[in-house]
Write a protein that binds this ligand. Sequence first.
Ligand code: FAD
Ligand code: SIN
Length: 532
Amino acid sequence: MLQTDFLVIGSGVAGLSYALKVAQYYPEKKVMVITKTRADETNTKYAQGGIAGVTDLENDSFEKHIEDTLIAGDGLCNPETVEIVVKEGPERIQEMIEWGTRFDKDAEGDYKLGKEGGHSEFRILHHKDITGKEIERALLEAVSKQKNIELINHCFVIDILTQHHLGFLITKSTPDIECYGAYALNLHTNKIEKILAKIILLATGGNGQAYRTTTNPKIATGDGVAMVYRAKGRIENMEFIQFHPTALFEPGVSPSFLITEAVRGDGGILRNKNGEAFMEKYDARKDLAPRDIVARAIDNEMKKGGTEHVYLDCRHMNKEKFIEHFPNIYQKCMSIGIDISDGLIPVAPAAHYSCGGIKTDEWAHTSIKNLYACGECASTGLHGANRLASNSLLEALVFSHRCYLDSVQRVSEIEFNQNIPDWNAKGTTEPKEMILITQSLKELQLLMSDYVGIVRTNVRLQRAMKRLDLLHEEIEALYETTTLSPQLCEVRNLITVGYLIVKEAQFRHESRGLHFNTDFPGKSELVQNIIL
Ligand code: FAD
Ligand code: SIN
């Protein structure tokens, strides 16, 4: 049994920035950070374009960033959350710089600012086209110097602990559900540990792995959302899955390599198979329209032309400048025989970001006591029906800070719950064949991509739900009888996430932002968030 004042589940930008702050505030208290594979294997590490923030007050303003976020969110953002994130963001970015993150500067020493879809101004700080890698490096380096942070890698959290584990019947209407820690499979010892904690932060990231084509690494399996759903906590807005318009089209390669939207910000143009620059047919903002619009336009061009991709044209761009801003993309394209100065880049949309998730308030509280959530797994109200590009890293920093402010005040009021029993593995045996798990994953990814993608219909959603019911039944049977492995738990979690996406998509009788249902092509008068 392990015991810690602060348990942080996840080592991306949300988890690490929170852990650092709490550990610095309470040097005598222990902060435990758990991560299921290597510490740096996170969505954070793959972020390319950068972090949005108002730093150039001559040309930009909070009002403009707020307005851009609200327009992209298509009527479902919480305006108070938007204001909090935009106004507090620059201070949080400054802290990242103080922790050692290097954002690119020009010859005068001013930050070079990029632009992406939906932004009315240049406001995105970046480190070439590997901003996330730089952020993750700086945070892990800072964490390694903080003596009271224990970082445990290859440790898979299975479930959060609540009154359910004390034998009580918990339902969605049970008042005051509390969290006491987590059960986690330590892959160094192959034992399931009970970890008791006073404050628990879920910073478990996204769920792109629910789809066959995604920019998200293998770790993005929606574990935090599924755990909270099982614990009867509140989940919202799961239908708003953001498809990034321009993932490199490379059949058989998973995850898909991203071609950052910043390339379009610097002048890249989308073309269909006939070489036509098609975006002007869809939106006055052309290639820099918000992501939902660009992804749908590409989907439509692909369907009309019977192709599996469109093209991104960078031939007219200054090659030297391109290499300076996007060295990683340049190298990747060269490695597959495309020189961006005379060849077109084949691109197609890929599942990229989950706008919804665990419902949280302005201090990152979930509906479960002592349990907080930050980063991509949380639904704060910032993104509404469609996230504005590069607002995600910003959101994670702002809410991990707010979570820190709130939780350090509360920790002394909380006692460890010593009555939680150890994990009981009775009645389970080693799996006879892995194919039952791997096949379930393939089926799930296929059905989500085919029926719950960029364009949805009532019949497709119904079909998806029927198949999900069967997958759920089969995986629960395996879970009850088999020795647990991360693979089994991840598929189980992804099936839950798939169910939540479809369920909320079925409730939404309109098309809004990232949720487009041809049976309800218009928007409804009543703008609402659906909470499960
Ligand atoms: P992550 O960084 O994903 O971290 C999740 C952590 O949780 C990992 O450590 C993982 O191991 C751990 N974890 C999960 N489940 C468990 C479990 N069961 N047990 C133990 N540990 C667990 N956003 C921007 O703002 N700007 C960008 O330029 C940008 N570019 C992107 C490019 C790509 C290719 C991708 C995939 C995303 C991009 N995003 C971008 C989105 C952004 O990177 C993510 O939303 C953000 O980094 C999420 O951070 P996080 O801390 O919430 O989660
Ligand atoms: C990108 O660089 O295009 C991704 C930015 C984001 O997802 O916010």
